[in-house]
Design a protein around this ligand. Structure first.
Ligand SMILES: *Cc1c(COP(=O)(O)O)cnc(C)c1O
Length: 465
């Protein structure tokens, strides 16, 4: 039965907004937004009282804090910091790579001051934004020339449109890839104006398949890295060297979409299937494109490198204006690439690379430390430290899993409820459910995340709204 008395005890809006906590809310949200959220909360509270769902009136502070959450949901449900406990290092849904400090500093610099983005400081004349990462990319890859665009999908579109619009592009059937976010080679090809000429079979393609497809309309030989799958067993793909020899024989340009790509063979034998950009360039391919925010560990970008004449042609394509990178991309990319000048810097300072190489004993110790802090929540949670496998993700190294350590949590409140609550925390925690346990992989949890992680797990265990 409804408690009319209780309704009368809901504090008046005038009274609530005199509270100090209300002033704090109004520092974050405009007063009109905060008041609207407060009215919504009070309306909800009234309804709950009428349906006898509530038996006492929350304190003014609690009312304000609930209202703040409503305001938050309405205006700031945008980009949030989350804790990646999935163990997937380049997690496309969680923003792929996190950046090195030098990249962050460079972006901050570009954001807070005017820059020489398109100004030549030596000559005092208009400059070209495309010159910014140029020297370092050339130095690191050994390529003649380079062009940075918005992302690798844009790079593929631009290369195909520049070199093969109205012409045929010969590519193996086994390489007609689809990656997440509806990027499919055949579709991009169509949009670029190039004509797809697929050769060979899914598992096997030979030199002669390419050769037999050559006509006077052939504009390009293309290879695409099968980033997110492996074809195993009775397989044969034509190597970069073979494609290059075909290109030379028929005087047709050659292009390799490397997808993720390692800048150089930083992983030794651990990553046999991921092409290294420097090695591929040495083989004499005309153009390579790859992503900035996959294994490179930088900001979202598409990097096109290769022979000067072809890069020049891409630069002059009007599409380049639509695909051009912004100043933050260029700054962040340069701040990342600089670290590749020294392999030990790259391993230590680029988070993506650092996480791949992180020693699993260190991860086990961190997991133990956290487990000690949440073990005393007796009755609410069972915790164990377990060996697990991490993935690189982001369409790279599909066949590689890295031994890691994680926390396996068995919450009293039930696994689905727990998972949902972790996802809705102020700093959401994203992990995975496996056999009725919630698994947190230490490999992708940053050291700076640990305090929020522990607080978040505790929050999620207690009853609250
Ligand atoms: C990831 C990928 C792309 C798209 O790159 P984005 O940087 O995500 O636009 C294109 N081709 C291949 C082979 C890829 O793996």
């Amino acid at each position: 039965m409804m408690n009319v008395n209780l309704l009368r005890h809901i504090p008046k809006v005038d009274e609530i907004i005199k509270n100090k906590a209300w002033q704090d809310v109004c520092e974050i949200y405009p007063e009109a937004i905060a008041k609207d959220a407060l009215r919504q909360y009070i309306h909800r509270l009234r309804e709950d009282i009428k349906q006898s769902k509530v038996s006492s009136i929350p304190s003014i502070e609690e009312i304000i804090s609930h209202s703040q959450r409503i305001a938050e949901k309405q205006v700031a449900s945008g980009l949030k910091r989350v804790i990646n406990a999935t163990g997937i290092i380049i997690h496309t849904n969680l923003g792929r790579s996190i950046l090195a400090d030098s990249a962050i500093d460079a972006i901050k610099n570009a954001a807070s001051s005017y820059t020489n983005l398109e100004y030549d400081l030596e000559k005092g004349t208009r400059g070209d934004r495309h010159n910014h990462c140029l020297q370092i990319i050339k130095k690191l890859t050994g390529a003649e020339d380079a062009l940075v665009v918005n992302n690798n999908a844009g790079a593929v579109l631009l290369v195909l449109n520049t070199l093969a619009s109205g012409k045929e592009v010969i590519i193996s059937r086994g390489e007609l890839i689809e990656i997440g976010g509806s990027f499919r080679i055949p579709d991009v090809m169509k949009k670029s104006g190039a004509i797809l000429k697929e050769v060979g079979t899914t598992n096997r393609t030979h030199m002669k398949d390419y050769e037999e497809a050559v006509t006077s309309s052939t504009g390009l030989f293309m290879k695409a890295h099968t980033s997110n799958y492996v074809i195993k067993g009775f397989t044969r793909q034509v190597s970069t060297e073979e494609i290059v020899s075909l290109g030379n024989k028929y005087n047709i340009p050659t292009y390799f979409d490397a997808g993720s790509g390692l800048l150089y063979p930083i992983m030794g034998k651990d990553a046999p299937d991921e092409p290294s950009i420097t090695e591929e360039i040495k083989k004499g391919i005309d153009i390579i494109s790859f992503s900035g925010d996959k294994l490179l560990g930088g900001p979202q970008a598409g990097i096109i490198i290769g022979k000067a004449a072809y890069i020049e042609a891409c630069k002059s394509n009007p599409l380049t204006r639509a695909l051009r990178p912004d100043k933050f991309t260029l700054a962040g990319l340069e701040g990342t690439l600089i670290l590749y000048l020294d392999e030990s810097w790259a391993r230590q300072k680029i988070p993506t690379i650092r996480m791949i190489f992180e020693d699993k004993e260190k991860l086990r110790r961190r997991a133990k430390k956290i487990s000690r802090e949440i073990k005393n929540l007796k009755g609410l949670l069972t915790v164990s430290v377990i060996p697990i496998l991490s993935e690189v993700g982001g369409g790279s190294l599909p066949d590689v899993s890295i031994p890691s350590f994680g926390l396996a949590l068995e919450p009293e409140i039930g696994i689905e409820r727990f998972e949902g609550r972790l996802r809705n925390l102020k700093v959401p925690i994203i992990g995975r459910i496996e056999k009725d346990r919630f698994i947190l992989d230490m490999r992708t949890i940053q050291q700076e995340d640990e305090t929020d992680l522990i607080a978040g797990i505790k929050d999620a265990l207690f009853e609250d709204g």
